[in-house]
Design a protein around this ligand. Structure first.
Ligand code: FDA
Length: 956
């Protein structure tokens, strides 16, 4: 086994299988144009068919508009306060935050803050619907109390003195509750079943809650689903499927780490629970649908679905189902896969076709991760086109698949009916609280049609994520409900077919949504990321890391010549194994490097900016091309997990491109105004020799950030990496040289603090970039102040260097302040990422968490529970979340020899005397006992560090 074979051979993994769900294979984000060409070719219908669609869709929209107040109910309200208005945005913020604000003071402040800027009473809201009026009234009266531009003080002088904020608060909260209850059928399944009994439609109940962060939350959701299935089954009546109620489950609610890198664990732990729930549903012969979530979870969802489907206890049952999102480019492949799975199992599956509810976050995520393309379409018409293509596939796959068309769009409904040739053998679906009028009209016209209502059940505590998706959906001006509610939008434009909106495959993309790589264009290209949710990509990367691993060495590199000397072994923080060797420099070598850099300065400084910038850009490209080797080295030498290593590599690439772009922008000669006949030009030049001293916690990105900034500005550089990570630094220097930075301009001196001190104290130094402890930064600063200022020919002949600048980046206590309006899940994600990524060793790592008393208990419990779900281990295993600390010394700082582990009980709270801040800690002993790693430097940095930090700040 090669040193990095571990990257592929993760415990329990099957390296030879590239695609996760058996038989499912589809590129994650193929070009829109290709898909458009295919879909457009299939989209034509005979003129008579189009005429029938026009008539039905127009009739439905007109009927909707004829209803007093438009669509009625909440849709009017949401349209009136659409997201393109400041009132709409304020409403979003309020709805999202207010329901969970437990204390009156914070609620008052939030209301003041968000409503003061809105024009609530002038909104054109004509509906008579009680609900709408009530909500508008409560918000309107609030806005009359808090006018734009008024401060709480002036308000106090006016109306509020008579009414008081408690009244305002109550009214506004009531409006939010109305919003919530509009979208939720009942707080309990019994209440929901009671309400459902009065309707003629079928129901699919959904237990609110998603994205469990802790095992306890996942267990709570599992129980809720299980007892709901029993309750639904008990009142299901005796009609046969599909005319029976059902339940929809979110896999992310059932597992705290429902993510691609935790695949083995998810399959082991989640599949049995899904099978258990499905068995219950089968027992009552219900429709059991797995909801569709984010695109990166699709393959894993299919794998879980396939494993449950194959369970012998579910054989012969036709109620099992899956939701498919048409905005995903893989929608067609998923439907084909479902049809094939049903055929192989000789059974029928229920397939809900939705358009998709996470569009905004999919776009942002793809940009942020630097993906090659988007997994979803960027034009709504493409989503609609793909929906209709999916509908045709589903209809053609009957009777193996039972199609369930979930939409509130009258054109989509009319098109499906036309393509199906009627309403037999499939159903429509709508969300509770939406599309009421549309389906009321449709069922009146076509009583044989079937409609199912997706009905969320649960308390307000779990409502928020769902509510926000509904508000986004209703408030977006691209959505059908928004357009249908707006009488100024001509019906002809609402029923314009997606194929004519696209027209040509080259128009398939939104013009104003750049590809992720062009996010920063024209300044620079975004660094390329990796999608772990595409198993083929992940496995490809792991193979690349494996194939490019090999022995490596570092030595002082002066003028491109590696100096010989006494080498020492470089050991991995993972297990203490030797991974290469380093020859370190000393004071004499430091002086030689400074002399060589001084000699090389003039030539490099004289190079045009464009040439220097181009060299950096080539280095960025080389870093991307060698990602496997660099990621492997960062894991072995720096203990970086796969995720952390990719993030660091991308940052290094971005530094190269960013500084290249900045140099072109900022350092180019600028003509200055002056008297006629005189030419004045402002030019920037390098200062001379820059010494760059970098830390081990970002051995590639900080190292390259310092060096590339200094180089592109025309300085020559002597770089001294951290003692722990010389190999990565040597690799980076080789890449910069290969990219065109002359060997005379960039020199490397590995070594300890003495070497750094010698470089910093050298009289030839023209500037220092340092990242590390505040203590060392202060020492360097003092030394610099004492160093005589040399008149250096390298820095401009007799001009002298003046005061040598020190650019120091040091660590500190990074606090996070959390008030009651924050979403606990989001706080938990951020706390866990900030405190534990890079094993808590980032200078920006969270060190002090301050939580408002009223919500502290729940938040700390969630943070502790989520931290407990992190996997500590070998960073070469992609499922590891926390790798080792950097060395034995760091480990000893966490666990001094002989000291017993910090004895903070699980989730214990420490409260500063008299203060309000609280810190989370979790059970160090339990986790260290279970997962500590023998032989290497492994500690339990997550638990230990946090516990100790908490103890320390509590003492303060
Ligand atoms: P409409 O015709 O207005 O279409 C809205 C769609 O267009 C959205 O998907 C939106 O993202 C998309 N869109 C908007 N701008 C776009 C652009 N520039 N480029 C590309 N696409 C764009 N959702 C989900 O993700 N998983 C699930 O499991 C379910 N389950 C579910 C069950 C039931 C019964 C219903 C009714 C709905 C869901 N949903 C869902 C939510 C569903 O995705 C959402 O309601 C639909 O997208 C609304 O589609 P319409 O046809 O009603 O609206």
């Amino acid at each position: 086994m090669t040193p990095d074979a571990r990257f592929r051979q993760t415990p329990g993994a099957e390296p030879e299988r590239l695609f996760s769900a058996p038989g499912f294979s589809a590129p994650y984000a193929p070009p829109d144009e290709e898909i458009a060409a295919r879909l457009l070719a299939q989209a034509e219908r005979p003129a008579a068919a189009e005429g029938r669609i026009d008539r039905l869709a127009t009739g439905l929209i007109e009927a909707i508009r004829r209803r007093t107040g438009g669509l009625g109910g909440i849709e009017d309200f949401l349209h009136a306060y659409s997201l393109s208005t400041k009132e709409g945005l304020a409403l979003m913020v309020l709805a999202e935050a207010l329901l969970r604000v437990p204390d009156a003071a914070t609620a008052d402040r939030l209301i003041e803050d968000k409503l003061a800027t809105g024009d609530w009473s002038s909104s054109e809201l004509k509906s008579n619907a009680l609900l709408v009026s009530a909500s508008a009234w409560t918000l309107g009266i609030t806005a009359r109390i808090i006018h734009p531009g008024e401060t709480p003080d002036t308000i106090l002088e006016g109306l509020i003195r008579r009414l008081g904020l408690p009244v305002v608060r109550t009214a506004t909260r009531e409006a939010m509750r109305l919003l919530g209850s509009h979208f939720v059928l009942g707080q309990t399944i019994q209440e929901a079943l009671r309400r459902a009994r009065t309707q003629r439609e079928r129901y699919s109940f959904d237990m609110l809650g998603e994205g469990a962060r802790t095992a306890a939350d996942a267990g709570r959701y599992l129980c809720a689903y299980a007892s709901a299935i029993d309750a639904i089954g008990a009142s299901a009546g005796d009609r046969a499927l599909p005319d029976r109620p059902g339940i929809s489950v979110k896999l992310s609610a059932l597992h705290p780490r429902f993510e691609p890198v935790s695949r083995e664990r998810v399959l082991k732990e989640l599949v049995p629970n899904v099978i258990e729930l499905a068995r219950k549903a089968r027992h009552h012969d219900l429709n059991f649908t797995v909801d569709a979530e984010e695109a990166d979870r699709l393959e894993l969802s299919l794998e879980v679905f396939a494993a449950a489907l194959a369970d012998p206890s579910l054989r012969g049952w036709d109620g099992f189902g899956l939701a498919v999102q048409a905005y995903q480019k893989r929608a067609g492949a998923v439907i084909d896969w479902l049809a094939e799975s049903a055929r192989a199992q000789a059974r029928r599956l229920m397939v809900r076709l939705v358009k998709g509810a996470y569009w905004d976050s999919e776009i942002k995520r793809a940009q942020e991760r630097g993906l090659a393309d988007y997994p979803v379409f960027t034009r709504k018409a493409m989503t609609d086109l793909c929906y209709m293509a999916g509908a045709s596939r589903l209809l053609a796959a009957r009777p193996r698949l039972y199609p369930q068309f979930a939409t509130h769009n009258a054109l989509t409904v009319a098109s499906v009916i036309e393509d199906a040739g009627g309403v037999a053998d499939y159903e429509f679906q709508r969300l509770h609280g939406m599309g009421e009028v549309l389906y009321e009209m449709l069922l009146a016209e076509l009583p044989q049609a079937a409609c199912r209502i997706y009905a969320p059940v649960g308390g307000h505590r779990d409502l928020l994520a769902y509510l926000v998706r509904r508000l986004l959906e209703n408030g977006a001006n691209s959505s059908f409900v928004s357009a249908a509610a707006d009488p100024s939008v001509p019906i002809a434009s609402i029923i314009k077919r997606p194929q004519s909106a696209i027209g040509d495959p080259r128009q398939a993309r939104h013009k104003r949504i750049p590809l992720p790589r062009d996010l920063y264009a024209p300044m620079r290209r975004n660094s390329a990321g990796v999608e772990f949710g595409e198993r083929a990509t992940l496995m490809g990367l792991l193979a690349e890391i494996d194939q490019t691993a090999g022995a490596t060495a570092a030595a002082p590199l002066i003028g491109g010549v590696a100096l010989a000397g006494r080498a020492r072994a470089v050991r991995s923080p993972i297990d203490g194994a030797t991974i290469g060797e380093v020859t370190e420099g000393d004071e004499a070598i430091a002086a030689a490097a400074m002399a060589a850099a001084e000699a090389g300065f003039a030539h490099w400084a004289g190079e045009p900016i464009e040439r220097r910038a181009a060299a950096l850009e080539r280095a960025g490209d080389l870093l991307e091309a060698r990602r496997g080797r660099l990621i492997g080295l960062m894991a072995r030498e720096g203990g970086k997990t796969l995720d952390d290593a990719i993030a660091e590599l991308r940052e290094a690439v971005d530094f190269c491109r960013y500084y290249a772009a900045q140099a072109r922008l900022e350092l180019a000669p600028q003509p200055m105004p002056g008297p006629t006949g005189e030419s004045n030009v402002l030019r920037y030049r390098g200062r001379g020799v820059f010494v760059c001293i970098s830390p081990w916690n970002f051995p590639l990105s900080i190292f390259l950030g310092q060096v590339s900034a200094a180089l592109v500005a025309g300085n020559s550089v002597v770089a001294k990496p951290a003692e722990q990570t010389p190999l990565i630094a040597a690799e980076a220097v080789r890449i910069l040289h290969e990219a065109g930075v002359p060997a005379s301009a960039l020199h490397l001196v590995p070594g300890d603090g003495k070497v750094g001190a010698a470089l910093a104290a050298d009289p030839r130094v023209a500037g220092i970039a340092f990242t590390g402890s505040t203590e060392v930064a202060r020492l360097i600063n003092r030394d610099l102040a004492r160093t005589p200022s040399l008149s250096s020919p390298a820095s401009g002949g007799g001009l002298g260097k003046g005061i040598v600048p020190l650019i120091a980046e040091t660590g500190g206590i990074n606090p996070m302040i959390v008030d009651a309006t924050a979403l606990p899940e989001q706080v938990t994600d951020d706390v866990v990422a900030s405190a534990f990524r890079s094993a808590g060793q980032r200078c920006s790592a969270l060190r002090l968490l301050c939580v408002q008393d009223d919500v502290a208990e729940r938040i700390l419990e969630m943070v502790a529970g989520a931290a407990r779900e992190l996997k500590l281990g070998d960073p070469r295993d992609p499922s590891t979340h926390v790798g080792p600390v950097i060395d034995a010394q760091a480990k000893d700082r966490l666990e001094p020899a002989g000291a017993s582990p910090p004895a903070l009980p699980l989730g214990s709270l420490r409260r500063a005397a008299g203060g309000r801040h609280l810190c989370a800690a979790h059970d160090h002993r339990a986790q260290a006992g279970e997962r500590s790693h023998r032989g290497g430097f492994r500690s339990d940095p997550a638990c230990g560090a946090l516990a100790r930090r908490c103890a320390r700040c509590a003492a303060r």
